[in-house]
Design a protein around this ligand. Structure first.
Ligand SMILES: [Zn+2]
Length: 459
């Protein structure tokens, strides 16, 4: 009897040890799709807590909630990392119209850009001049711009398959538009929303003033794509139309917030860290389900799926829910700074911050050697229709962790619908599909499993 028992234990151990990677990945995907937690967590984060702009009550509640949920998973460690964050508030809803003649107005949909100053309390009304880029602004010069509102109207390029490239080709209008327009004496800027679709929703996002003194800062707002088209058409018909808007936003003093961190300590190499993460903060217009509630809950579920699949990682696996990605990146910088101080060796870091859509693969920032190792795993992902393995940009929160020898990566979901929702009031829970979200969590877990099993090759 005793012999039989020993024999059974022995064969069981062999069976576990000799499980093929195919079988382990199958287990991970099955667990995520039949017993995943990501969707429930996202439901709570989105519909019970809502938007989570840095320094807001929502952000504070999200910190408490995710910490409690990580604790309930029975991880080896869960803690909060303090970080000071900026606090910008939108105030009362913005109001704007196009005036074709005194008393003849057309209301349009706008929202203040994150970090913008308010308009004067009665609003601002001025002639408006449309440009597509900063060169056009320069050509027009002070003579044509001073005292006017600059309207940036370069659309996202529709023929780019990677919509993040289209975003990258436009976003300087939003981020630097006010700084550039100030050079020529503009009184405000209105920016076409970073949205590939024509609709009525303005999309916010961060903007900067660089070293412009507070009293010289001009207000900046986004206008919906439909209204940008209307405004442009009306300007073609009559250059003398005026634009009015009023916004009530405010930059307050920095407040204390936190990154939320959980860890499964490695069984063999506890001092080698593998990180998965997303950002806990979100813009205030929707509830931040895609950006980046999805990345938060997927990252949390990576640790849970490893546990549920019976995988005991050799290296320490950390989930980090970063605070303040959207308007400051303070959480990511704080985490990287402390990791450096403590000499923590982050061999791998993976971020999910491109929406909760069907996963297609990953992009990697790593050496050719490391990339070849990754390519050798490609066939394992084939049954899950994961095929995109490219070198390239990864994610804002993990980039500060990049060093000469490690691998930093970003999950790459299908991006065709992402900018329909990005930073707008329709970035809400109903826009996230349960299976797509769960496939993303499983895909991340599978990559973490493989890197833990085979290690990050030295270059
Ligand atoms: Zn994001």
């Amino acid at each position: 009897m005793k012999r039989l028992f020993i024999f059974l234990i022995f064969t069981f151990s062999i069976a576990l040890f000799s499980q093929t990677d195919e079988a382990v990945l199958k287990k991970i995907y099955t667990t995520s799709l039949t017993n995943g937690k990501s969707y429930d967590w996202l439901n709570h984060l989105s519909t019970q807590i809502g938007s989570r702009l840095s320094g807001s009550l929502g952000a504070e509640r999200a910190v408490a909630y995710t910490k409690a949920e990580l604790e309930a998973l029975g991880l080896d460690k869960v803690w909060l990392q303090p970080v000071m964050v900026p606090r910008w508030v939108r105030g009362a809803k913005e109001y704007a119209y196009i005036e074709t003649a005194p008393g003849k107005t057309n209301t349009v949909n706008i929202c203040a850009l994150g970090g913008s100053v308010a308009t004067p309390s009665l609003g601002i009304k001025a002639h408006i001049v449309e440009v597509k880029n900063f060169e056009e602004l320069e050509t027009l010069g002070k003579a044509n711009i001073e005292g006017k509102i600059v309207f940036y109207n370069r659309p996202m390029q529709a023929d780019l398959i990677q919509t993040f490239d289209a975003y990258g080709g436009c976003v300087n209008q939003r981020y630097k538009g006010a700084v550039e327009a100030t050079k020529y004496g503009a009184v405000a800027v209105i920016v076409r929303s970073m949205n590939l679709r024509l609709d009525d929703l303005p999309h916010t996002g961060s903007m900067a003033y660089d070293d412009i003194p507070v009293e010289k800062r001009i207000p900046a707002a986004a206008i919906s794509t439909n209204d940008a088209e209307i405004l442009s058409t009306m300007l073609q018909l009559d250059k003398n139309i005026k634009f009015y808007f009023k916004q009530n936003c405010k930059q307050l003093a920095d407040v204390q917030s936190y990154n939320v961190i959980g860890e499964i300590t490695g069984s063999q190499f506890p001092n080698e860290y593998m990180l998965v993460g997303g950002h806990l903060d979100s813009w205030d217009l929707g509830d931040g389900s895609h950006d980046d509630g999805a990345g938060v809950v997927q990252s949390m579920d990576v640790l849970r799926l490893l546990k549920e699949s019976g995988i005991k990682p050799k290296r320490s696996i950390r989930v980090v829910l970063f605070m303040n990605e959207e308007n400051g990146l303070r959480g990511a910088n704080k985490y990287a700074e402390e990791a450096k101080q403590k000499g923590e060796n982050h061999v791998f870091a993976l971020e999910s911050d491109a929406g909760g859509f069907t996963p297609r693969g990953f992009s990697f920032d790593c050496s050719d050697n490391n990339f070849n190792q990754i390519l050798s795993w490609q066939t394992l992902f084939k049954p899950y229709l994961i095929h995109y393995f490219e070198k390239g940009g990864t994610g804002a929160d993990v980039s500060p962790l990049k060093n000469k020898s490690n691998v930093v990566a970003g999950l790459r979901p299908d991006s065709q619908r992402y900018f329909d929702h990005h930073h707008a009031s329709n970035d809400t829970f109903d826009a996230v599909n349960k299976r797509e979200l769960e496939l993303g969590a499983a895909t991340m877990t599978a990559l973490v499993y493989l890197f833990d099993k085979y290690g990050v090759k030295n270059n």
